[in-house]
Design a protein around this ligand. Structure first.
Ligand SMILES: Cc1cc2nc3c(=O)[nH]c(=O)nc-3n(C[C@H](O)[C@H](O)[C@H](O)COP(=O)(O)OP(=O)(O)OC[C@H]3O[C@@H](n4cnc5c(N)ncnc54)[C@H](O)[C@@H]3O)c2cc1C
Length: 467
């Protein structure tokens, strides 16, 4: 295998060195996904090389795991089978186009949010930005349908089109890109929405080599508010109102400890005195519209049962910058107890109080201390469906094997309970969560498998991660 791959990428860009391979063998999800090294790591420098590697692997039935920046937290790039090829795409790192007029960016797999935001900044544009480290791949994140902290106003769909190479060497171009690489700007093109169908299936169809995403304006006029609530229920009406009237750029409901302390870093602020839940909102817009929105938001705050928190200006600025410009926050989640476990779900705002109760109950049932239990809500859909992203978090000491077992137990009991309570979907499909879900989605599961079979009949694309 090594010799054949060497002929494709050259001597320098393939290795089976056990220390290097081992570095790809685990991620933060180690309580659920056993460590396993790939047989080799290959770093193609061009799309043609990607294609040749796939053709070789397909012919020889060798598993291939696409890897863009490897930041994922669900074990999605950890091999399941022996003899796997880890396809490290970090040499494909070009920003192909930033189109100011179309408000789009076209990127290769290893372009990170940090790189893209540095480039879009001068146009006063930004991508939708996830609550993730700046070192995350824009392409992988968008292809996997990420969650974006700026998404209140941006909505949920940010991918316009992409190019994907299938194991048989065929190149799929979605939406208007099918006609020409020079026109990647329209999602739906002709016929079915192929981009939608292939998205959120971690590396299991083929390799995405280029993706075009939406960019959004950055406004100079911005105002951040922090509104404290004692209960989740109390915050819901307020959030519903400001979202319904499309008043805010960003809206997040955070528990007072984990995220607030993490988000605001080490600012000198007495976090203990905060109400249990804090809605962090950002109003932004052009002159005239901004003032009108700001007045209405203040009005909604006044009418709510929430308390407008007096947050130091430095902290407020920090929040604005994080929300619209992004920042390196991997320390955020790990700072509290060193490790972070989360179940991310989509569901309606109406269900959020129930999700919070289920979270506390499952944690108690699994023997996890109450002070390890946190959550975070990112309301996205303004009206239809009231879409929210809800993160049920446990921050824990990863060196404690007993807690690791309890977290496994938490997942085991929590997945079916959440499905029973009603969710729109999981943040991302991955091993463990997909099994209890498949029987509940009827023939859709069969169809999904059939389409995947069609694209990857030899099951070489990240096998074992979904089905
Ligand atoms: C602290 C922290 C906080 C986070 N918060 C958020 C958040 O708020 N919102 C959010 O959306 N995400 C969040 N994430 C998750 C993370 O941003 C995404 O999972 C990430 O974008 C995917 O990781 P990656 O880009 O490094 O892709 P990788 O880890 O390289 O790959 C992830 C999966 O996609 C597949 N894949 C990668 N590249 C390709 C490709 N080119 N073609 C086909 N398949 C491919 C891989 O095989 C794998 O299955 C967070 C992560 C961390 C560590």
């Amino acid at each position: 295998m090594k010799e054949s791959l060497k002929q494709i990428v050259g001597d320098e860009y393939i290795t089976d060195d056990s220390a290097i391979c081992y570095s790809y063998s685990r991620d933060q999800h180690w309580n659920f996904v056993p460590a396993k090294s790939p047989a080799c790591v290959v770093m193609p420098g061009t799309r043609e090389e990607v294609r040749e590697i796939l053709l070789f692997a397909n012919k020889n039935r060798i598993p291939v795991i696409p890897w863009s920046t490897g930041i994922n937290v669900r074990g999605l790039t950890i091999p399941v089978h022996d003899n796997s090829i880890l396809l490290d795409l970090s040499r494909l790192n070009r920003i192909i186009e930033i189109n100011e007029e179309m408000m789009t960016a076209t990127v290769e797999p290893a372009v990170t949010f940090g790189m893209l935001m540095a480039a879009t900044d001068k146009f006063k544009l930004r991508p939708a930005f996830p609550d993730a480290p700046l070192t995350v791949s824009v392409l992988a994140n968008n292809y996997l349908r990420g969650i974006y902290q700026t998404s209140s106003a941006d909505g949920h769909d940010h991918t316009l089109s992409f190019e994907m190479i299938l194991p048989n060497g065929e190149i799929i171009k979605t939406g208007s890109r099918a006609f020409s690489d020079d026109m990647p700007y329209f999602r739906y093109g002709v016929g079915p929405d192929i981009a939608g169908m292939m998205a959120a299936s971690p590396g299991t169809w083929g390799v995405v080599t280029e993706l075009t995403l939406k960019l959004y304006p950055v406004y100079d006029l911005q105002q951040a508010y922090f509104v404290g609530f004692d209960t989740v229920e109390d915050s819901m009406e307020f959030i519903r109102n400001i979202n319904r009237d499309e008043l805010v750029e960003s809206c997040r409901l955070l528990d007072h400890h984990s995220y607030i302390t993490g988000l605001f870093g080490t600012f000198d602020y007495d976090y203990e005195k905060l109400p249990e839940f804090v809605a962090c909102i950002l109003v932004a817009g052009i002159d005239g519209i901004f003032q009108a929105k700001d007045t209405l938001v203040r009005d909604h705050i006044g009418k709510s049962v929430g308390v407008l928190l007096d947050i130091p200006e430095k902290l407020r600025t920090h929040f604005r910058e994080e929300t619209l410009a992004g920042s390196e926050k991997s320390c955020m989640v790990f700072g509290v107890r060193g490790n972070y476990h989360c179940i991310g779900i989509y569901g309606p705002l109406t269900h959020v109080p129930a999700y919070w109760e289920l979270h506390k109950k499952a944690a108690a049932d699994a023997g996890i201390p109450a002070d390890h239990v946190y959550f975070y809500v990112n309301p996205i859909g303004r009206f239809h469906g009231q879409l929210c992203y809800v993160e049920l978090d446990i921050f824990y000491d990863g060196a404690d094997p007993d807690l690791g077992k309890k977290i496994q137990e938490y997942n085991r009991i929590q997945f079916p309970r959440l499905l029973d309570a009603g969710i729109y979907g999981w943040f991302r499909p991955y091993a463990g969560i997909i099994e209890p879900t498949l029987d509940r989605i009827g023939y859709q599961a069969e169809l999904w498998k059939k389409f995947m079979e069609f694209a990857d009949p030899n099951h070489i694309m990240n096998p074992g991660k979904l089905f």
